[in-house]
Design a protein around this ligand. Sequence first.
Ligand SMILES: [Fe+2]
Length: 176
Amino acid sequence: MRAGLESIQELYVICLKDLHAIERDSIQLLDRLLHAAGDVKLQRLIATHLHQTLEHGPQLADLLEQVESKPEGGGCASGRILLEEAGRVADGSSSGPTQDAAIMAALQRIEHFEIAGYRFVRALARHLRLDDAVEVIGTLLDEELDTSEILASLIERPLPLNDADLPLRRPWGYIK
Ligand SMILES: [Fe+2]
């Protein structure tokens, strides 16, 4: 996002373009995370969200067209950094529960970023009285919220600890 905006509609367009960029770039990332994940429930969640994400870009492009704009020129540094960090997790050489936990954390950060973006852009659509857009954005937001909620439940599951984790469990405390 950039400073010096003239109108709410201009802000709305820039926010939609930024969301379009992160959704577009998430497709390849989700595919990589799907291959890196080992847990079946996590794989299923990523596959479902990949399927949803494929639809998000065209829907955002439609919303931009309604206000006579196009997706080109979108994308913000904060979104790019989140995707890059998740990409590094996908490229990690480890596997198993620790790798899965790292994937969940990286993905959850992206989901929270998208949720914040969709909530904000929906509020702008309400201000602009774009009723159809409010509805479409609400549907996209719900899919991100569902993904985030399932991720949260997977993150909260107990993780199996291996020998390298055992010193941290000693009751007498700090390990040098
Ligand atoms: Fe998402």
